[in-house]
Design a protein around this ligand. Structure first.
Ligand SMILES: [Zn+2]
Length: 387
């Protein structure tokens, strides 16, 4: 016998949808219904047969607000499914009368995320989108997200990047962002099971840390938790915890917010292992300063204006003052051999901001603030360039 258990808020679910759900799961249309007295957190029913149970999260048909039809219900359903003691348990999604609003880029990205972590979308065929398959690997995930949501989205709920020996995931934990953070952490674990994943919860004024239950699930799947990143201030960063060469997570987060995913500003290299958060005013110099207060030192060390993403080569060229910037324009140290200038020119031919060999590289206006100009002047000064 197939039993469908329905909570209060779903008592008006159309019979034809129930039948369709059961039919898609068991290829049968006979079932008995059981009604619960109370509501459930999350819009889901359960469909069970013998020792098997399906948790089916159902999108809300009466709400066309973008992304509000389904996404907010997935995490509570996941949590309930996670707590289910039966071994044969499945997590499904059913799109109630899917329309074009179920096919926006944001949703498409998350459908693929859901499929990747084993959530089945029962009526996915009704979307007529053959591209909706699980992600093959980390790069597939990265590129699909970039294609669908744009590289430089400033207000992303989450940012992630690959470091030498781990993945960093910066995850806002407040409001609607929770779902995105939670699901992405599970997807990254699934795609990179051998790599340490460190989740840095990003909080703002009213926000607390990630919900207790979600933290428990993520810990259970091997996610590690890093320090809390405040969107508001640097109160929880201690100066003596910052080594001379150490990039702080907060600095990475600020660079991701400003520039988007890791990519060398000068040559466009996107191999994440090779990309460094390159300080303009050096961490060592800031730490050794006798002028700045401790608070000001921390501010400068984590400031997204104090740096760019650079590949290992360009990072060193910049650090050694072989190249520097004046009026946003790239300049070369005096006395550089023609062959070296040629090499540097050539290395930048793939950059976003270079049209041809004749026009010198210029940092786009939109990326340069007064604060950055100050750092760039400090950099010139340190390398003995006259202003
Ligand atoms: Zn580069």
């Amino acid at each position: 016998m197939i039993t469908v258990t329905i909570p209060q808020q779903l008592v008006n679910l159309p019979e034809n949808e129930l039948t369709d759900i059961v039919n898609r799961i068991y290829n049968r249309v006979d079932y008995e219904k059981e009604y619960l007295q109370d509501n459930r957190d999350g819009r889901y029913i359960t469909v069970s047969k013998d020792d098997e149970i399906h948790y089916v999260c159902i999108s809300r048909p009466d709400n066309n607000a973008r992304n509000a039809r389904l996404m907010q219900f997935v995490t509570p359903t996941y949590t309930a499914w996670y707590d289910e003691p039966k071994v044969n348990k499945f997590l499904d999604i059913y799109l109630s009368n899917p329309t074009d609003s179920d096919k926006n880029n944001y949703s498409k990205f998350f459908y693929r995320c859901f499929l990747t972590i084993g959530i089945n979308i029962l009526n996915i065929d009704q979307l007529f989108l053959p591209e909706l398959v699980p992600f093959n690997n980390y790069f597939d995930l990265k590129h699909y997200r970039e294609r669908n949501t744009g590289r430089n989205r400033h207000n992303r709920a989450t940012y992630f990047s690959e470091e030498k020996d781990h993945i960093e995931l910066f995850a806002k934990t407040f409001g609607a962002n929770q779902m995105e953070s939670f699901i992405l952490a599970l997807v990254l674990r699934k795609l990179l099971p051998d790599k340490t994943l460190i989740l840095f919860p990003v909080v703002d004024n009213e926000a607390r840390d990630i919900a207790r239950k979600q933290r428990e699930i993520l810990l259970g799947s091997g996610v590690e938790f890093g320090e809390i990143i405040s969107n508001i201030d640097n109160r929880n960063i201690r100066l003596d915890s910052i080594g001379p060469e150490r990039d702080t997570p907060k600095y990475h987060y600020n660079l991701l917010k400003k520039y988007g995913d890791k990519k060398c500003l000068l040559c466009g290299c996107e191999m994440e292992h090779l990309i460094i958060g390159s300080h303009i005013e050096r961490v060592t110099d800031i730490k050794n300063s006798v002028v700045y207060s401790d608070e000001e030192k921390i501010r400068r060390i984590v400031d997204g204006e104090n740096g760019f993403w650079l590949c290992a080569n360009h990072d060193k060229m910049f650090e050694y003052g072989i190249i520097y910037f004046r009026d946003k324009k790239l300049c070369y140290r005096n006395g550089l051999r023609d062959v070296d200038r040629g090499f540097i020119n050539y290395s930048m031919m793939q950059a976003d901001y270079v049209d041809d060999m004749q026009t010198p590289f210029k940092i786009p206006e939109s990326l340069v603030s007064q604060q950055m100009e100050e750092y760039l002047s400090i950099h010139r000064h340190r390398n003995g360039v006259e202003d």
